[in-house]
Write a new protein. Structure first.
Length: 338
C-alpha cells in the first residue's frame, strides 16, 4: 500500500509505493525534483525531513555527511518512507532559475581533444534557447542510444553548445560517439540540470579543480567569471594522469596571460616521463599550495572522477573551507550509479 509524502515545494502530494524512494515517485509522476546521479553519490537531491520517518538505502558520505544525517537531512533518491512524511529539498544559494528545455540540435563540430575525450559542438535547431548557469549540465540522446549527462563547456551567452564526451571503455554509448556520430547528425538535448553552478553574486576568491572531462563545466565557470571583469582571485588546478591527457592548455595559458588574477596549474598524477610540471595527487598539490591560507570568503568548484572530487573536498574542508562553499560535481559512469 502506498504512503503519502508531501514535498513543500510541490503543489500536490506524492503517492510512494512500497520499495520506492521519494525521488523515484516524484520522477515517475513527472514532477521536477532536483536530482543528479539518482544513486546516492552526488547529493543533488538532498532534502530536509520535516516530519515522519524514512529508511535510507546505501549512500556515499560525500553526498550526505553523518553530521547532516543527524541534523535531519536525507537524500530523496535513497529515502523510502516508513509512513506519511513531509520533506523539502534544500534550496541552493543564489538560486539558478532557468526553464527546462527540450531541444533538437545538429552537430557542427566534432574533434578529438585527447585520446579518450571528444569535443562536440551543437547548433540549436528548435526548442531553444537553452538558458543555463555556468557549471550546469544537460541530458543528451544520440540517435537511439541510451541518454547520457554532459556538462556545457561554453559560456551561457554562447549560442553554440559545447560538450566534452569521455570515451569510456566498454561504455554503451562510446562506440556510437567514437565511430558513428558525424557532422550534421541530430542530437536531442534536455536541460539544464545541476546545482554546482557559478554563484555570480560571490565576489571572493575562487578555487576551481577539474579532473579529466570534468574540465568542461569548470571551463564554463572560469570563462564566465573572467569575462565578468570582477577581478577576484581565480585559480584552476587541472588534474590528469599523464601528458597525453592534458587538453585546452593553450586556452587557459592565454587566459592567464590576459588576466593577472587568474592562475592555471596542470597536475600529472602518473607522468610517463620526467617532467617539469607539477606532479602528484591533485588534492595534495592544492593543499600544499594553500598552506596556512585563510579561505574565509572563498568558494571552490570541483568536477571530475568521484575519487578526485571526494579527496579534494576533504582536503579543502581540512584547510578551513566550509563544506557549503564546495560546489562539487562528481562524474559518475553508469557503472558507478549501480
Amino acid at each position: 500500500m502506498s504512503v503519502t509524502v508531501r514535498v513543500r515545494q510541490l503543489d500536490r502530494p506524492l503517492a510512494v509505493a512500497p520499495g520506492q524512494t521519494i525521488l523515484d515517485a516524484a520522477l515517475a509522476a513527472g514532477l521536477d525534483y532536483p536530482c543528479g546521479c539518482t544513486s546516492g553519490n552526488c547529493g543533488a537531491c538532498k532534502s530536509v525531513l520535516l516530519s515522519g520517518e524514512v529508511e535510507m538505502l546505501e549512500y556515499s558520505e560525500f553526498a550526505l555527511s553523518e553530521e547532516e544525517r543527524d541534523a535531519g537531512y536525507v537524500l530523496a533518491c535513497r529515502a523510502q518512507p516508513k509512513g506519511p512524511c513531509e520533506v523539502a529539498w534544500v534550496e541552493a544559494d543564489d538560486v539558478a532559475m532557468h526553464p527546462r528545455r527540450d531541444l533538437v540540435c545538429r552537430v557542427i563540430e566534432l574533434r578529438d581533444a585527447t585520446h579518450d575525450i571528444r569535443v562536440l559542438r551543437l547548433a540549436v535547431e528548435s526548442g531553444g534557447p537553452l538558458a543555463f548557469s555556468a557549471g550546469q549540465y544537460a541530458h543528451l540522446v544520440f540517435d537511439r542510444q541510451p541518454g547520457r549527462d554532459y556538462s556545457m563547456a561554453n559560456r551561457p551567452d554562447d549560442p553554440v553548445l559545447e560538450f566534452h564526451v569521455r570515451l569510456v571503455p566498454g561504455g554503451a554509448v562510446t562506440p556510437y560517439v567514437k565511430d558513428r556520430l558525424a557532422l550534421g547528425d541530430q542530437v536531442k538535448v534536455k536541460g539544464p540540470f545541476g546545482t554546482s553552478y557559478w554563484r555570480e553574486a560571490h565576489k571572493g576568491p575562487i578555487l576551481a579543480l577539474a579532473g579529466g572531462s570534468g574540465l568542461a563545466p569548470i571551463k564554463s565557470i572560469v570563462d564566465s567569471a573572467l569575462k565578468s571583469g570582477r577581478g577576484q582571485s581565480l585559480m584552476l588546478y587541472f588534474g590528469v594522469r599523464e601528458e597525453r591527457d592534458l587538453y585546452l592548455e593553450d586556452h587557459f595559458r592565454a587566459l592567464a596571460k590576459a588576466h593577472s588574477n587568474f592562475k592555471f596549474v596542470p597536475v600529472l598524477s602518473q607522468p610517463g616521463a620526467p617532467t617539469a610540471r607539477r606532479t602528484g595527487n591533485l588534492a595534495d598539490v592544492v593543499a600544499a599550495d594553500l598552506g596556512a591560507a585563510d579561505l574565509a570568503g572563498a568558494k571552490s568548484y570541483l568536477a571530475g572522477p568521484p575519487i578526485m572530487v571526494e579527496s579534494a573536498v576533504k582536503a579543502l574542508t581540512a584547510k578551513g573551507l566550509k563544506r557549503t562553499d564546495c560546489h562539487a560535481d562528481a562524474f559518475y559512469t553508469q557503472a558507478d550509479r549501480r
